[in-house]
Design a protein. Structure first.
Length: 441
């Protein structure tokens, strides 16, 4: 048997065809897949603990935790942007992930020493909400930096599937290892997975120069061996100067609003129906498993084909339409089963369609937009949407109309979210061929 017909070669060819990878792109696509696996396996091991900590801190205090997360973001984003302006882009993620690895080890020590401390629960809830957005936002900035726009359309759905496999593995690991390792041990394991993601980042940045966005013959891009230009607030100023980025920001705010309304309703119902923390962790783990399984199937078999044949606008508008219909269903049948189903559909849609579509919007843009403006939108704008919608949800609850009013307002927000997604996706589809790497205006 000749090497060209070896089982490994046949498998490689079939996988390359399945994900539409061109020659030389399979290994970096697998590297991106593995990087997101590490990030999401670590996070989803800790997510059920976070949800239980949110309830331990008081369900009626969730809007305060969301506000505290937003305030921390306001402090952290300029600091990280300042670092980005001082450190060469190729080393920026080393600093960010190294910092969060140390944070995880500190929390592991704290949880080993302090048990059932309500303030530790609140601090951990806020911190992991910051951690999740930062490490994922920076990872997608890396992908938009490594792959050019045509590669992004073909490969981002498969790369995002690594997040779903990690999201499936994380809750399973949490359930299996919780008894043996405890909360502190799971945090140490999450730190090791984050370190693994950092090693994969080095491979991807090295490949970028040979076959990615920095390869010979590709569109000219800024060298990653220099810091990203701008100041600590240039992400904000760049967003304010661009109607396109303001539209992306509004899209993210509406996404956060819909998500927060559902999240608060879920927290209230789970606290009422499942009073024990162990039961709560199992419920959240079961929901996470359903979400990641559904997202993985969609990412592997649907997302890339939709992006190639129907365009980004369908990725960004289809899910909000389904969520709008789901909110109307919740208004008519306000049960935990309906809420859980809507929550699962919304999260599957976000992971499988909305998130890859959002990242495709940034692939043709310059480094300052990919790292600073995008990071500002993914963190500050997203958490601002969380905080504002958290207080809005509390006000709606004070009106005493129950789930009906929340569901109707949520349906209206989802409809606006879908319209804006259709507009932004259409802009991206029209500019995909002739984009020169500048922010659309």
């Amino acid at each position: 048997m000749t090497p060209s017909f070896s089982p490994l070669h046949i498998l490689t060819q079939r996988l390359s065809r399945a994900i539409d990878a061109r020659p030389g792109e399979l290994l970096p696509a697998l590297g991106g897949f593995a990087l997101f696996f590490c990030l999401f396996a670590g996070y989803f091991m800790l997510r059920p603990i976070r949800e239980a900590m949110g309830i331990a801190g008081g369900v009626n205090n969730l809007q305060w935790l969301f506000t505290a997360t937003f305030v921390v973001m306001l402090i952290a984003v300029p600091l990280f942007a300042w670092l980005n302006s001082r450190v060469p882009r190729i080393h920026y993620i080393d600093w960010i992930y190294g910092f969060f690895c140390l944070n995880l080890l500190v929390f592991a020590s704290a949880f080993a020493l302090l048990d059932d401390n309500v303030w530790l629960a609140r601090v951990f809830y806020v911190w992991i909400s910051v951690y999740n957005l930062f490490v994922v936002s920076v990872a997608w900035s890396l992908m938009a930096d490594v792959f050019d726009a045509p590669q992004a359309r073909r490969l981002f759905a498969f790369i995002a599937a690594g997040a779903s496999v990690g999201g499936l593995s994380g809750p399973a690991l949490s359930a299996l290892l919780m008894g043996a390792l405890g909360e502190a041990g799971l945090m140490v394991l999450a730190a090791l997975l984050l370190a693994g993601a950092l090693l994969l980042k080095h491979y991807l940045m090295a490949w970028r120069e040979r076959g990615g966005a920095g390869r010979p013959g590709a569109r000219q891009t800024e060298t990653p061996r220099r810091p990203v230009p701008g100041n600590p607030f240039s992400g904000l100023t760049r967003v304010l100067r661009s109607p396109y980025l303001l539209g992306v920001s509004a899209f993210v705010v509406l996404l956060a609003t819909v998500s927060t309304f559902l999240y608060f309703e879920q927290a209230h119902l789970v606290a009422e129906l499942f009073p024990e923390r162990s039961e709560q962790v199992r419920v959240f783990s079961a929901i996470d498993f359903c979400v990641q399984a559904g997202a993985l199937i969609a990412q592997l078999f649907i997302t890339g084909r939709v992006a190639q044949r129907l365009g980004i606008r369908v990725l960004l508008a289809g899910v909000p339409l389904l969520v709008c219909l789901g909110f109307i269903g919740l208004a008519l049948a306000p049960t935990f089963a309906m809420l859980a189903a809507l929550m699962i559909v919304r999260r599957i849609g976000e992971y499988a369609f909305v998130r890859p579509g959002r990242e495709m919007l940034f692939a043709p843009l310059d480094a300052e937009t990919k790292y600073k403006a995008k990071n500002f939108i993914d963190t500050v704008v997203y958490r601002a949407g969380d905080a504002v919608s958290g207080w809005a949800k509390s006000l709606l609850d004070l009106l005493g109309q129950g789930t009906l009013l929340v569901a109707l307002v949520g349906a209206a927000c989802a409809a606006l979210w879908g319209l804006l997604g259709w507009y932004l996706g259409g802009r991206a589809d029209r500019s995909a061929v002739d984009s020169a790497g500048e922010t659309p205006r």
